[in-house]
Structures are given as C-alpha cells and as structure tokens.
Design a protein around this ligand. Sequence first.
Ligand code: ADP
Length: 485
Amino acid sequence: MIHLRSFRVRICIIILAVGILPGILLQGAIVQTYESRAVERRAATVQNQLLIISQHLLSNNYFSTYRLEDPGFQNSRQVINAELEMISNLYEGRVMIIGRGCKIIKDTYGISEGKTIISEEVIKCFRGENITHYDSQNGYIEMTTPVVSTGNDGKSTVVGVMLTSVSDTSIRDTMDLMNRNALTIELLIILAIVAMAVGLSGVLTRPFKKVSTEIAKVRDGTSDKAISVPDYVETVHIVNAFNELLSRMNTLNESRQEFVANVSHELKTPMTSLKVLADSLLSQDNVPAELYREFMEDMVSEIDRENRIITDLLALVKMDKKAQGLNITALSINDLAELTLKRLRPIARKKDVEVVLESMRPVVAEVDEVKMTLVMTNLMENAIKYNKEHGWVKVVLDADHQYFTLEVSDSGIGIPEEDLPHIYERFYRADKSHSREMGGTGLGLAITRSAVLQLHGSISVTSILGEGSSFKVKIPLNYIAESGV
Ligand code: ADP
C-alpha cells in the first residue's frame, strides 16, 4: 500500500518532482517566449507594410476629398485599396483608414466606412503615439499606424490613422504544435522518471529493509547474533544501537538465568542438609534423646538459613521495582547510625570487636528510613562478621553542602583484589566458607548497592587482604525524584 510516511514513497515523490517540474516550467517559459517574440515580429512586419502603404496614401493624396471626381485619383485610390485588401487577406485581418475627425474612410471589411470612430488608440495615434496591443483571448494583434505628412516648412502632421488588426492563427498553430510535441516528450520523460523513481527508491531503501529483516530474525528467535548492515552510515547507526540493545538483553537474560540457577542452588543447600539430618535420624533405631536434640537444633539452624535467604531475596525483588515504596523523609542520619550500631553491638561483643561511631557534624538528609537502615546494617554487619578477634570497626559520618558520606572501615580479613569487582553481585561470596559459616547469603551487598542507587547515591570500596576493608557510601542530602519514573 502506498503510504505518504513511507521513506520509499517520499524518495519517489522527490525524484518525480525534481525530474518533471523543471521540464514543465521550461516548456512554459519557451512557449511564452516564442509567443511574445512571434507577436512582436508579426507586428513589426505588418507595421513595415503599413508604413509603405502610408507613403502611398500620402503620395496619392488619399485623404483629400475635393478630387473625388478626378478619374486619375479614383484609379490610384483603387490601387491602394487593392493593396489594403491584399494585406488584410495575407494576415487574415482588417485595415481601417481613418481621416480627420475620426472618420473612417476605408474599411477592408466594408462595414464601417463613413462612420466615426471614437477610440482611445486612434486619438492617441493622431497625437503621434504608436500602439500595438495583443489580445490573446480573442486571437488578434491590433495596432495603429499614423500617416504623417511633412509640409514644406518641415513640420510633420498626422493626417490620418491606420487601425489594423491581424489574426494570430499562425502563431497559435505553431504554439499548439510546440505544446503537443512538448507533451509527447514530457510523457516519455515522465514514464522514464517514474520507472527510475520506482527502481531507484527500491534500491535506496533496500538496506533499511535488510535491517528490518535482520531484526525480524532476532525477534523470531532464529538468531541472537549481532546483525550487520554496513550499506549506509545511518543503517550502521541503527544496527549498532540494536546490537547494543541485543547484547544488553542477552546479558540480562544470562544474568537472569544465572540468578535463577543461583537461587535454586542456595535454596536447595539447606534443604539437602535438612534431608540428610532427618534421614540419618530415621535410619537409626533407638536414637538417644540428646542426639535427637542436637540434630533438631541443626535442622532449626538450616531452616533459619533458608528463611534468611528468602527474606533477602524478597528484599532484593522489592528493590528492583524501581522507586516503588520509597518513603522519603528528612531524618537525622546520626541518630539512625547510632541506632543501627546499638542493634549490632551484641554480635560485635560476641566477637570482641570494638565498634566506634565518629560523627563529624549533625547530618539531616532526605532518605527512605528502611533503605538507609538496610545500607547501614549490611555494611556494619559485614564489617563485624568479616573481622578478626579483638578487631575494630570504625563508622565515620560526614557531610558537605550537597552530600553526606558514611564510611565503614574494619580491621578484618579484607577482600582479595580479584573479588572486588564482583562483591555486589547476587550470591557472590569472596570467602565462601567464612560467609556460610557466618550465615551470609551473598545478597547483602547486592541489596545495599540497590538501596544506595535508589537514593541516587554511590558506593565504593577499598580493601587490603589481611588488613581490612573500607566501604564508603555517598548520598545526596536532598532527594530529587527523577521525572518519568
Ligand atoms: P554475605 O551474606 O556473604 O555477607 P554480602 O553480599 O554482604 O554477602 O558480601 C559479599 C561478600 O563480600 C562476602 O561473602 C564477603 O566475602 C565479602 N565481604 C563483604 N564485606 C566484607 C568486609 N567488610 N570484609 C571482608 N569481606 C567482606
């Protein structure tokens, strides 16, 4: 279907317009020029003849009436009349000789002789003005020619006027012929240009079709490879953008699959332990009560672990639903940090880890309390969990006029350099045995990073293996909601 918004149709229209319009304009201009030139030349030819006749008129005293009876005068008058007839026949026109008092002396049509003509052109001509006028509507050229007599004293007087109209039939005929010829040529050109426009637009738009075909292949699942249409710079841009999108989708897909695999694995581990514990109890007869109790305690701790994983997963899923459920309020970050530390102190005490909070200044910021607490709890808990006996954890809170920073440093085991880029990934554990032992799910830092990003902040880490780590969070004091989110 022809659609005006189609690129191909537009190219067609442009080619047609560029190809056909100049031809039509040129034809119009040529015919017009021919017309005015032809009219001019015809008028000039007729004027020349009329000038000759005007000489004859003067030399034969055509305008004097007193010699009407003179046979010689009659004779010469007849000769002139014949000349006039000849001109009017030759040019398919009419000649009128007008004498003084605007009286028509001779009319080659023979219908107005003796009458008086009052016309602007005639009057102007008596004053010496020559007028040529082309009436293309009615198809004749009208002109006036003064008959000028020069007296003995050298003074010129207009003694009469010739009012002539000649037909433009021959000019019209030529113009019609020109137009017909031009039309035939134009039609041929139009046909050629239409064929060219259809062909050329097809060729020009082919790369874009190729892009859609290639994209369709990916959409239909036939291929998930990057596509390539290097024909135009434009197609390269489109294709590059698409390939980027494709690779992001592929990465996303892979990470989703990996995530599902990880989740299943993580959830299965406590289940397997549970089954092993239960099976071993069932397979034995007369199990002592203490053993039952011991196994049951292990089973409860496995169930707790399963619960923790599920709680963390739910927190993470909630976090993924962007900006949803954010409850932004102005809070004292100092109070929040203190409260979090207070909650974690018992765990720290168990490991004999000293925890200090250093508040450089009072900080009030617009944050979501739940998310901010999550960030602080995870960072501080990790600092305690991955610490050494009798170690320390230092929390420093500071702010400038735009951001506040929370730095959690510890004297712990540190993170190997090669693990640093991955610690925010879901289920990633730098020190697997340690993490599991500590009841870690590998989701804590993923949740932390998500929360920080939701508050439009950033998180960074420096760590030296065996010496300790330092996590730094930087969050704007004022939360500015993103438009369109
Ligand atoms: P987990 O539940 O295992 O603690 P996290 O996502 O909180 O999971 O942390 C990911 C990994 O990063 C941990 O398994 C641990 O190896 C490492 N890690 C995090 N914080 C620290 C820290 N303060 N010191 C040393 N290692 C850390």
